[in-house]
Design a protein around this ligand. Structure first.
Ligand SMILES: C[S@@+](CC[C@H](N)C(=O)[O-])C[C@H]1O[C@@H](n2cnc3c(N)ncnc32)[C@H](O)[C@@H]1O
Length: 194
């Protein structure tokens, strides 16, 4: 868990990964100490491939952006304003570089959960951190309501092994929930703030 919070004294080994998402090519730099340094995570890919891009507009938050694949892909493929946050400084630095290299303009800043979030969004999209534990995971997913406009949508990916089924029934207490897709145990969940 340490690597999410303190990685300034970790060794660095920046690698360029070519990633194709929905027939579009991106080059993402990854590094030791950031999530999925070997390239695009399968859960993230499944989430991106199942987003309803035609419907995404307005203000979007990529929560826990890592090296940036979600926010960069969404900005590149929709008419929206994209903010991207993470607690991990190395991730934020890579996300900045990757956004610049992908020719997208996004707003990237540090936030511990929602500590530095000051506005409401139409979409919050996340491959959330799991190893932070259930309490923080639930804080991220349920507090999201406070940062969503009415009829705003929280989109997330979580695997069956990580508790997707019970999460769906918990989310149903606060949101209108659809499981948009399932692929190899990964659930893509849309939770509407009604
Ligand atoms: C599963 S990774 C997803 C990274 C990236 N979005 C992707 O799909 O490759 C979750 C991210 O949440 C970040 N994170 C963990 N705890 C956080 C917190 N308290 N506040 C903000 N971000 C956090 C981690 O640093 C990590 O980058």
């Amino acid at each position: 868990m340490n690597h999410y919070f303190t990685n300034s004294n970790l060794k660095s080994n920046i690698q360029k990964k070519e990633v194709i998402i929905k027939e579009k090519k991106y080059i993402f730099e990854t590094d030791i100490g950031v999530f999925s340094k070997k390239g695009l995570d399968f859960g993230t890919r499944t989430l991106l491939e199942n987003l309803d891009l035609n419907n995404i507009k307005g203000d979007v938050l990529d929560f826990g952006c890592g090296y940036g694949p979600i926010g960069i892909f969404v900005k590149d493929n929709t008419e929206s304003n994209v903010d991207m946050v993470d607690i991990n400084k190395r991730s934020l630095h890579l996300a900045e570089k990757n956004a610049k290299n992908s020719n997208v303009t996004v707003n990237i800043f540090e936030s511990n959960i929602y500590s530095n979030i000051t506005k409401k969004y139409d979409f919050i999209i996340t491959n959330p951190p799991i190893r932070v534990g259930k309490q923080i995971l639930y804080e991220i997913l349920f507090k999201a309501k406070e940062y969503l406009n009415k009829n705003g949508e929280l989109w997330l990916v979580i695997s069956k092994d990580q508790g997707a089924k019970s999460l769906v029934s918990d989310l149903e207490k606060e949101y209108i929930v659809n499981v948009v897709a399932k692929n190899k145990g990964f659930y893509i969940i849309r939770a509407l703030n009604h």
